[in-house]
Design a protein around this ligand. Structure first.
Ligand SMILES: Nc1ncnc2c1ncn2[C@@H]1O[C@H](COP(=O)(O)OP(=O)(O)OP(=O)(O)O)[C@@H](O)[C@H]1O
Length: 773
């Protein structure tokens, strides 16, 4: 890959998910001249495209958790400790722990037994947290967390509106969050840091997919288990929500639940729990399949009282059960609303890596200093990659791909789009598998058996993506024709694609290492079905009975289906699907997909369809994904035209199509400059085009949306913009719109939100409700 080439690299971005995965904005805003709506820094003038991330996924890819049986633990792991129960002074913020109050009444034998239990637990927790599956070449040999763990940028407070939108968009917005919130270190998460703060009992940590929430709780737990931090806490009890799902239908007491998930604690008695200072960590609330009802539930205050898991959780969080226990919940933003703010003493947000932390990550990851330097300079040269690397999981994927490209003899072009990046990623995984097993073919070549296996994984990925599932059981695998033992071998080798997550009660749970990988494999599978003319699968997916015969027809219907999804769970998938239609990406996949001979006219048709797609009934926020699909197909025309438009400074001169408006909305929204005024009437475009500009309201001080024919759907977008944080909007002019009741309700809700900082609202004259707000 040539240096020059890289500096020009464009695209995108990426990731999704329920994902709430990501935020980059690689688009080139640098060119706003004086008088254009944007004022931009010169050094950004060369930047190109966007980035992005998605994922609802709810899967993080931290280490495999192996629950060991209590017999195992009893057999060999009693550590007679010299652990000092007296906590180092000043470590904790928790005034009400009462943690050791019962110790005085304990007999020495009892106390030493308990110390033993705690030491055993520490050892087991250490074992669980010290290795992660990140980037390992060898099956089963996880990397040491401490070797690769890089400090993350975590802040106190919440910067983004909590909504249920797709993670891709959340990530995209994240990239421009202002960096003025107070940073907080992971180990200080329960500490009182200012005089205004009171005792911190419940902490809620938000963050988009892949941003490092699981890594943070693992690091916190490891430091505690190794005796380094937070030693005033007697027991750290790490419970991942995806594992709690496994006992969703069972009845448990809090005590028996702990025995199930932490067999080392078998000897613990109910009274121990009430006198010790405990910390419960619930990692990945977004992955939980139970619904927490804080208003109406059974009251539980006894750790031996049996109930359902969700009721136990609600009582713990509300403080009815073990009121002095500390609670740390992590979640993607879309699910965090489940916890009422009144129960939460501190909200933090993991925001990923700052620029210097990104570099630190690559330095830690590669012992070869020269290689890490080259990788860092490559990433810096490509604005889109650099922005994507704000999210650690993309650092990881980028590191794997670039390491491979740079250590290979023949060097290809640096990945420009997400599909490029993920295709390379899959190819590297395949190669690793080959290197491990040897074989006659060149490492890149796939055997028929490999293809078959990957496509079955793709089917699993697709079928469950549609249903919103990210965890699978053996039965699910079998239903897709996957042999569980085969998958174990495969996942053992390609640990970065698919893994066995945990084993509880002899039941294995599997998942893809990240939702974006599930989305990518799902797209590979669907594209393969298309090339094989599998009308049954295609029609079922598209919910369309007529056979789809052309590539452009297939992609158009897939796009429409994705736009219909309320939470955008197919957005990244459909972006990948468009990217996979390019021969260049099919080639990277080394024969996994049948190489299609696409006539340039067909590709042109697909591009035209994207540019002309009518999104009348689609939220303007969602319409931006159409522009991302275009970028995924490496079509720069719309992007360039918008750059020209911004450069010209004559905003009312050029006629803007709807896709131009989505591109512009994206650029304005992601710009680091806040626009003084956005007046939709100034743009020479259709009514629909004007509506597509609404997402840009997020990044301006005054928005004039007069006579725009605002519908309920566009008001939904507007309401979300009003709630965004930081909120720049002070003046909103809505005159000349006939708003229906549901639209007014949406706006009223947003106007009452504490995040909304609006000072002046010029509303519809004959809409008394809105004018009163
Ligand atoms: N602090 C860190 N240092 C180094 N790598 C990190 C760090 N945080 C995250 N990563 C990388 O990003 C990946 C995803 O991180 P993690 O699983 O913690 O994200 P998450 O926020 O829990 O995501 P999800 O919401 O999808 O579960 C990790 O497997 C690792 O490769």
């Amino acid at each position: 890959m040539e240096e020059e080439e890289r500096a020009e690299s464009t695209v995108p971005s990426c990731v999704s998910m329920k994902s709430d995965w990501s935020k980059g904005h690689p688009l080139n805003f640098g060119i706003g001249p004086q008088g254009s709506p944007l004022k931009m820094d010169e050094d950004r003038a060369e930047s190109t495209v966007p980035s992005c991330v998605s994922l609802k996924s709810d899967m993080s890819k931290a280490g495999v958790i192996n629950f060991r049986s209590s017999e195992e633990i009893e057999r060999g792991e009693h550590i007679l400790s010299n652990w000092d129960q007296s906590a180092p002074p000043g470590e904790s913020s928790c005034s009400q722990s009462g943690s050791r109050s019962g110790d005085a009444e304990m007999k020495p034998k009892q106390r030493s037994d308990l110390q033993e239990v705690i030491e055993g637990h520490k050892m087991s927790l250490k074992r669980r947290c010290e290795h992660v599956t990140e980037g390992t070449h060898e099956a089963g040999s996880g990397t040491l967390l401490n070797k690769i763990y890089t400090e993350l940028y975590i802040t106190e407070g919440q910067s983004e509106e909590v909504d249920t939108q797709h993670e891709v968009r959340q990530l995209e917005r994240t990239s421009k969050k202002n960096i003025q919130d107070t940073p907080i270190k992971c180990q200080d998460i329960f500490k009182v840091l200012s005089e205004q703060q009171r005792h911190i009992r419940v902490v809620l940590t938000n963050g988009v997919a892949g941003v490092g929430k699981t890594f943070s709780v693992q690091k916190f737990s490891l430091d505690w288990a190794e005796g380094l931090e937070n030693q005033d806490i007697s027991l750290v009890l790490l419970l991942s929500c995806r594992e709690l799902n496994l006992i969703r239908d069972e009845q448990h007491s809090l005590l028996s639940l702990l025995h199930v998930f932490h067999p080392t604690l078998q000897k613990i008695r109910a009274e121990d729990l009430t006198v010790w200072k405990l910390l419960f960590i619930f990692d990945g609330l977004d992955e939980s399949r139970f619904s927490l009802d804080f208003n109406k539930h059974q009251l539980i205050s006894d750790v031996t009282q049996v109930s359902s898991v969700d009721v136990l959780l609600v009582n713990l969080i509300q403080g009815n059960l073990l009121p002095s226990a500390l609670i740390w919940i992590t979640s993607r933003p879309a699910a965090a609303y489940q916890i009422p703010p009144s129960c939460v003493d501190r909200i933090t947000e993991v925001r990923g890596f700052t620029d210097s932390q990104k570099e630190e990550y690559f330095r830690r990851r590669f012992s070869d200093e020269d290689l890490s330097k080259r990788i860092i300079s490559h990433i810096k040269a490509s604005r889109s990659l650099h922005i994507m690397c704000l999210i650690p999981v993309f650092c990881w994927i980028t590191a794997i791909v670039l390491e491979d490209m740079m250590t290979r003899d023949q060097r290809g072009e640096l990945p420009q789009t997400l599909t490029d990046l993920y295709s390379h990623f899959l190819r590297v995984q395949i190669k690793r598998k080959k290197q491990k097993y040897g074989g006659k073919q060149r490492p890149e070549e796939l055997t028929e058996a490999d293809k078959e296996l990957l496509l079955k994984l793709g089917r699993l990925a697709f079928e469950h993506l549609e249903k919103g599932n990210i965890m699978f059981y053996s039965e699910d695998l079998e239903r897709c024709g996957l042999d569980v033992s085969e998958v174990s071998v495969y996942s053992g080798v390609c640990t970065e694609i698919f893994k066995r997550e945990s084993v509880i009660f002899q039941k294995s749970v599997y998942c893809f290492v990240h939702l974006s990988i599930q989305e990518f494999l799902a797209a590979v599978y669907m594209f393969h079905r298309y090339t094989r003319k599998d009308t049954a699968v295609i029609s079922q997916f598209l919910e369309y009975s007529e056979p789809v015969t052309s590539l452009d027809g297939f992609l158009r219907r897939a796009l429409r289906k994705s736009l219909k999804s309320e939470n955008g769970h197919l957005d990244l998938f459909v972006r990948f699907l468009h990217g996979l239609s390019l021969e260049s990406n099919q080639r990277i996949l080394g024969g996994l997909l049948d190489q299609m001979e696409n006539h340039p006219e067909t590709i042109q048709k697909v591009l035209n369809n994207l540019k002309e797609e009518n999104s009348n009934k689609i939220s303007p926020d969602r319409s931006i994904n159409i522009f991302h699909c275009l970028m995924e197909m490496k079509d720069q025309s719309v992007h360039q035209e918008i750059q020209e438009f911004l450069k010209s400074g004559e905003i009312s001169e050029m006629r803007l199509s709807e896709i131009h408006c989505s591109a512009l909305a994206y650029l304005l929204q992601m710009s680091e400059e806040v626009l003084d005024e956005l007046d939709l009437q100034q743009y020479n475009t259709s009514e629909e085009g004007r509506r597509r500009l609404i997402p840009a309201v997020r990044n301006c001080r005054k928005a004039v949306l007069r006579r725009c024919g605002l519908s309920e759907i566009s008001c939904g977008s507007l309401a979300s913009a009003l709630r965004s944080n930081p909120s720049h909007l002070r003046v909103l002019d809505l005159r000349g719109n006939q708003l229906e009741d549901p639209a007014v309700k949406l706006l009223c809700g947003a106007l009452q939100d504490p995040l909304c900082k609006l000072e002046t609202l010029r509303s519809v004259r004959d809409d008394p409700v809105l004018s009163q707000v």
